[in-house]
Structures are given as structure tokens and as C-alpha cells.
Design a binder for this molecule. Structure first.
Ligand code: GAR
Length: 190
């Protein structure tokens, strides 16, 4: 049984789907939620499932070994980013290598990089007149949204879409694919 840590900054609907997906199987379990905001929705969701949650500041993540120490203490094998808005420091990336995965709500390399998160991404996609959008699940390499792509899936952008309606369609795609792709990647760990 592998131990997963999820890093999240916001509402945590993906984190919740991942927690319940792994509760139903025996490949892995979500052992720890790591969050940079004590008021984030993900904190309450973690509680609901009895998952431990640790909160840290951006400075603690960047300048101290606090988070790396938790990863060791909780014996974390695999790191999942789910709506996490800070860059992971290189000490964590070096330690975990290919065992870190992120999801981004667009078809990277389009609409990625600094400032591109959540509904800002969907607003930019609509503004650009794109006919397709989607999700990208990728490894994490220290450059924002630039790690090797593992999986992509598409949805249409419909006439009259708002950032909210497009976000809802993309969230469904995330819930369908992210937990199973994480499981597929964990099964590759030696
Ligand atoms: C998700 O759509 C995820 O793809 C996106 O934030 C949302 C988090 O929703 N991530 C990024 O934009 C990363 N650049 P959630 O908190 O409800 O899971």
C-alpha cells in the first residue's frame, strides 16, 4: 500500500475524488493533505474523510525543511498536486523525481504558466476563441506547467460558454481521469 500526499490550495473537489477513489481500492491511500491556506475548502474535506492535514506558509515551503520533513514522517511515496498554486522547491522535486504529478485545466502547452490557474485559464481560452479545451496531467519538473505530459483529454468549448460553464465541463473530465491516471503511475513505482 503506497502513501499519497496531496498538495492543494483551494476548494479541493479533485482532492476529494482522489481520496474516495483510493479508499475503495488497495493500491494506495491518501495519507496527508498539504495546504498553504488554513481557510481553503480542502481542509474541511480532508476532515470529513479523516485525512490528516498540515498547513504551511509559502515562506516555510520555500525556505525551510518543514514540508520535506512531513513527507518523511508520513512515509509519503507519491505526491499529487490538485489545484496547488505554489511552485514546489527543488529539494522536493529532486527527492521525488517522477513520483510527482500535476493536473492543469487546459491543453498544455496552451494556457499554462504564471498566473494561469482555475477560472483564469477558462476565461483566457474563451477570450482566445478556442473551439477545444481540456485537461493535461503531467510530471512536475520545477518549471510551471512544463513537465512531461502523461495524459490529455479534450472537451468542446461551446457557443455561449462562460468561465464557469467551461470550468464545470473540465472538472467532470478531471474527476473521470485524474484518480485512475494517478493509480496507473503509482503502479509503475518499483
Ligand atoms: C482544477 O481545475 C485544477 O485543474 C486547477 O485548479 C482547479 C482546482 O479545483 N489547477 C490549476 O489551475 C493549476 N495551474 P479543485 O480545488 O476543486 O480541485
Amino acid at each position: 500500500m503506497r502513501n499519497i500526499a496531496i498538495f492543494a490550495s483551494g476548494t479541493g473537489t479533485n482532492a476529494e475524488r482522489i481520496i474516495s477513489y483510493f479508499q475503495a481500492g488497495n493500491t494506495a491511500r491518501v495519507r496527508l493533505i498539504l495546504c498553504n491556506k488554513s481557510t481553503a475548502g480542502v481542509v474541511e474535506r480532508a476532515k470529513k474523510y479523516g485525512i490528516e492535514c498540515q498547513i504551511f506558509s509559502p515562506a516555510e515551503l520555500k525556505e525551510t525543511s518543514l514540508v520535506l520533513d512531513w513527507l518523511e514522517e508520513y512515509e509519503i511515496d507519491y505526491i499529487v498536486l490538485a489545484g496547488f498554486l505554489l511552485l514546489l522547491p527543488s529539494v522536493i522535486i529532486d527527492r521525488y523525481g517522477d513520483r510527482i504529478v500535476n493536473i492543469h485545466p487546459s491543453l498544455l502547452p496552451k494556457f499554462g504558466g504564471k498566473g494561469m490557474y482555475g477560472e483564469r485559464v477558462h476565461a483566457a481560452v474563451i477570450e482566445a476563441g478556442e473551439s477545444r479545451s481540456g485537461i493535461t496531467i503531467h510530471h512536475v519538473n520545477g518549471q510551471l506547467d512544463e513537465g512531461a505530459v502523461i495524459f490529455q483529454a479534450e472537451v468542446p468549448v461551446l457557443p455561449g460558454d462562460t468561465p464557469e460553464t467551461l470550468a464545470a465541463r473540465i472538472h467532470e473530465l478531471e474527476y473521470t481521469h485524474y484518480p485512475r491516471i494517478i493509480e496507473q503511475e503509482i503502479l509503475k513505482i518499483q
